[in-house]
Design a protein around this ligand. Sequence first.
Ligand SMILES: CC(C)(COP(=O)(O)OP(=O)(O)OC[C@H]1O[C@@H](n2cnc3c(N)ncnc32)[C@H](O)[C@@H]1OP(=O)(O)O)[C@@H](O)C(=O)NCCC(=O)NCCS
Length: 167
Amino acid sequence: MRFENMSSANINIAVKLVNKCFISKVDRNTAIFWYKEFATPDFKKRWPHLHYLTYQIVYDRNRAIGLTGIYSHKFKKERAWLGWFGVIPEERRKGFGSSALRKTVDAARNRGYREFKIWTDAGDKSAINFYKRNGFRKSRREKNVVYNEKLIFRYPKNAVFYSKILG
Ligand SMILES: CC(C)(COP(=O)(O)OP(=O)(O)OC[C@H]1O[C@@H](n2cnc3c(N)ncnc32)[C@H](O)[C@@H]1OP(=O)(O)O)[C@@H](O)C(=O)NCCC(=O)NCCS
């Protein structure tokens, strides 16, 4: 398995993967919105609350099978968050998701993060089971993302949080 950094050169592959991985239209549109933003040259200026963001395409040999990413906020630099994460339906339950998550967590650890956090929808039992099976523990709900007194992101009411301390 290997990761390829997402850029304007491979964004079309990423968009196809999003459309395969996510059932919800809102999720699809939000992921594609962020990928397109990320590919703009002035991305950092447009989203000053972000300390770091990377999106990657996951390959099994030459086949694009999934997506992953890491981001962090300027107001909590020791914590990494999982970006859009998914495996295409025909490649699920083969261990690819766990391998990609492990590789993503390792990359965060190597960058010096002390904690790795995830949020998902409380109703998404398969994702919750997947995170638990990969050693994540239920964690406290985070406050909405506010930067320079501006509300950047409001977590949905039914969001649940899972976390792993990076040793
Ligand atoms: C969640 C997801 C990434 C899992 O990927 P995967 O490649 O199937 O994961 P793995 O094969 O490594 O699964 C590891 C374990 O997680 C659990 N798991 C994975 N999918 C599950 C499901 N649909 N239902 C219940 N448990 C599940 C199982 O315990 C599994 O082990 P097992 O197959 O030996 O029983 C994938 O189903 C997916 O892309 N879903 C849609 C997008 C999404 O939900 N993303 C994450 C939330 S943002």
